[in-house]
Design a protein around this ligand. Structure first.
Ligand code: PLP
Length: 454
């Protein structure tokens, strides 16, 4: 790409892009009229576009570049692995050193009751794996009627058929007649947007009990699992009220169903712990992972599997008829190992908990004083600003929902920073290597962008 970008000016690149490329989650017709935004280089937390502008990557790519862009160490590890063993699979009882070393490393980092991992190439594939794995587990345990998986409205678990079905994005369900049968959804713990007249604490318990109601309604003997992100990312950084997860944990502990914590965003330090479940004191049976596993340098995902699930999956014997050509890909595994080595050496997880996390959170929450902002929330290094037409009135929304967010997102880009808009919420999730000075720049651009949008 950099070779192409050196040869062609931006307009020529945009024309080629418009002619041949269908973009994910985009109105490609509209995009072709506007011209795509072309990123040619990146280092640290900074992107460079095809016009030479430097842009602060406030989203760490797509919530994934924990160690920052352009780390030579990862490039070298990948290069070395490419020469030694560029590809071999892990099917049919075959293995190779990078997959073995990474599995050992993940067992070391994961909660103590999780000691095994199944590999794939993305978060979506991880959740497809979850779908099949929980049903296989219950079959093996002699309870084949346990098939229903409960997810949450506005949860996000990927874009494949299973991922879209488990997720609760209605706009995605509408395209393709999803969810597939056997998936149900309960309400999300979104107090700011849906908390009606309750306090956050009351709402947290109220909405958690929807899980209990759903299990009773479906019948516990038919429910296989519940899946949720510790904090919903793509749904708008929905940080649950503090009563929510303790009540959910009570229900999950009492019921004979599996708990799947989708750690694709919250894992690998985003909340100041290796996994978001640890941040909330949860003990999941399965944890889909991706993104921060390789910091996005190469595509890789997986499912961390608890000892309890291994009892059905492994101890009872038999093939699990599932897998991907690139499960445990040696070069991706080498990238993951180099990435995790950097994270451990530079103590990035601890940094989020004790240093840059609190530093950014204080400044981010102060943006809540802006007349356009109804709530400024952040946990670890993921945060949101709720834009509102009338300060102090949580329930008054913009008439043309989403347009304030879109405007703010575009102005942010013009001002030199990527922020994402989810409706009228502005989202931030920067690389974990963000320095104090860069955090100040992030806040200054966000503040100016709010003024420009107002
Ligand atoms: N799960 C969660 C919580 C995610 O946020 C995402 C992607 O944003 C996915 C799964 C899907 O991951 P991928 O895009 O790698 O398929």
């Amino acid at each position: 790409m950099s070779a192409v970008s050196n040869i062609y000016p931006t307009a020529a690149l945009q024309a080629l892009d418009a002619a041949h490329h269908i973009h994910p989650f985009s109105d490609t017709k509209a995009l072709n009229e506007e011209g795509s935004r072309i990123i040619t280089h990146a280092d640290g937390i900074w992107l460079t576009d095809s016009n030479g502008n430097r842009i602060l990557d406030g989203m760490a790519g797509l919530w994934c570049v924990q160690v920052g862009h352009g780390r030579e160490e990862i490039a070298e590890a990948v290069n070395k692995q490419m020469s030694e063993l560029s590809y071999y699979n892990t099917f049919f009882k075959t293995s190779h050193p990078p997959a073995i070393a990474l599995s050992e490393k993940l067992a070391e980092l994961a909660p103590s009751h999780m000691n095994r991992v199944f590999y794939c190439s993305s978060g979506s594939e991880a959740n497809d794996t979850v779908f099949r794995m929980v049903r296989h587990y219950w079959d093996q345990m002699g309870k084949p009627d346990k098939k229903v998986i409960i997810g949450r409205w506005n949860g996000y678990h990927g874009s494949t058929v299973a991922g879209t079905s488990l997720g609760g994005m209605k706009g995605m369900h509408e395209q393709g007649d999803l969810p597939v049968p056997g998936v149900r959804h309960i309400d999300q713990p979104y107090w700011y947007g849906e908390g009606e007249d309750m306090s956050p604490e009351e709402f947290g318990v109220h909405v958690a009990r929807k899980l209990e109601e759903a299990i009773d309604q479906i019948g516990e003997d038919k429910v296989a699992a519940f899946i949720a992100e510790p904090i919903q990312g793509a749904g708008g950084v929905i940080i649950p009220p503090e009563t929510y997860w303790p009540e959910m944990k009570r229900i999950l502990d009492e019921r004979d169903i599996l708990f799947v914590a989708d750690e694709v965003i919250c894992g690998f330090g985003r909340l100041g712990k290796w996994f978001g479940s640890e941040f909330y004191g949860l003990e999941p049976d399965l944890m889909p992972i991706a993104k921060g596993l390789t910091s996005g340098y190469l595509p890789m995902g997986g499912v961390l599997v608890s000892d309890r699930v291994c009892e059905g999956l492994i101890d009872k014997g038999g093939d699990f008829n599932h897998g991907y050509t690139y499960s445990g890909h040696p070069v991706c595994a080498a990238a993951a190992l180099a990435n995790l080595e950097i994270m451990q050496r530079e103590k990035l997880v601890e940094r989020v908990a004790d240093d840059i996390g609190p530093y950014l959170q204080n400044r981010w929450r102060a943006l809540g004083d802006h007349p356009l902002v109804g709530e400024a929330r952040m946990e670890g290094l993921m945060g949101a600003l709720e834009l509102v037409p009338k300060k102090g009135e949580r329930k008054t929304k913009f008439a043309d929902g989403g347009s304030a967010g879109t405007l703010c997102r575009d102005l942010s880009f013009q001002n030199g920073m990527v922020m994402r808009a989810v409706g009228d919420s502005m989202i931030i999730s920067p690389p974990l290597v963000l320095s104090h000075d860069e955090a100040d720049q992030l806040i200054a651009i966000a503040s100016k962008t709010l003024d420009d949008t107002y």
